[in-house]
Ligand binder design. Structure first.
Ligand code: CTP
Ligand code: CA
Length: 230
């Protein structure tokens, strides 16, 4: 379809995006983390900016640079990420790529936890973090388009469909992370094979680089926002 704005169809659209892992402190020197590099989320932020969008990227701790043409806010924990995202509402779209830690410590220790002879390892008491995507998906200021990701090691489609419904997303980008982390895996690696799961069904994309996934996803978001009449 023809879109006003030619090569920059997202001009005038405000888009919030989360990327990277979160870190949840255990004590002043230790934290809970995961293998997310931020590569896929940052690439999507850059691709949306290229299409003219005003992109607000809320990034967890990553080692890659802030993408060009994007306003980046740096946070550490899930609760900080949630506060930053909600402060940015209202928006035209929100894309949740971050690998948010599901749990944090019930109480993080103010001092470094010491080994005590004979006591053994500490029992880490954890509580669940807020679901940032679900909060926005059901928000009174819900953006017209809400996109989630799903990282799964099994039952990819069924789990992605369950997340779609529970979190109030328009579609879920489903990711098979069963090959683990590092250069060869999705988390930390360069390539990705995703499926787009929506109420309309499942669309399989071939394996491609994370930059190619980002370009294709940005085009899909532009198409959906255009169709929504914006
Ligand atoms: N997400 C979020 N806040 C959380 C957890 C997840 O915003 N506290 C978002 C992720 O950014 C992603 C989607 O929800 O877009 C799915 O994340 P995922 O970890 O796959 O799903 P969970 O609901 O956490 O379920 P589980 O980890 O048990 O599979
Ligand atoms: Ca999770």
């Amino acid at each position: 379809a023809l879109v006003a704005g030619g090569g920059r169809p997202l001009t005038g659209k405000k888009i919030i995006l989360t990327s990277g892992p979160t870190h949840e402190p255990i004590d002043p020197v230790r934290y809970i983390a995961n293998r997310s590099s931020g590569k896929q989320g940052h690439a999507i932020a850059a691709a949306l900016a290229k299409l003219g969008a005003e992109v607000h990227l809320v990034s967890g701790p990553v080692t890659i640079p802030d993408p060009a043409g994007v306003r980046t806010i740096h946070v550490e924990t899930a609760r900080e990420m949630q506060a930053a995202v909600e402060k940015l509402l209202p928006a035209d779209a929100a894309v949740f790529v971050a690998a948010v830690a599901d749990w944090r410590m019930a109480d993080s220790a103010g001092e470094k936890i010491k080994k005590v002879a004979g006591e053994g390892p500490p029992a880490l008491q954890m509580v669940e973090n807020p679901d940032i995507l679900a909060g926005v998906g059901h928000h009174r200021n819900r953006p017209a388009l809400v996109v989630g990701f799903a990282a799964e090691t099994q039952n990819l489609i069924a789990n992605a469909q369950a997340k779609l419904n529970k979190k109030g997303a328009d579609f879920i980008v489903a990711n098979d992370v069963s090959h683990g982390g590092g250069k060869a895996g999705v988390m930390g690696g360069e390539r990705n094979r995703v499926r787009i799961v929506s109420k309309a069904g499942v669309e399989e994309w071939p394996e491609m680089s994370k930059d190619e996934v980002a370009t294709k996803l940005a085009a899909l978001i532009a198409e959906k926002l255009g169709a929504a009449g914006g």
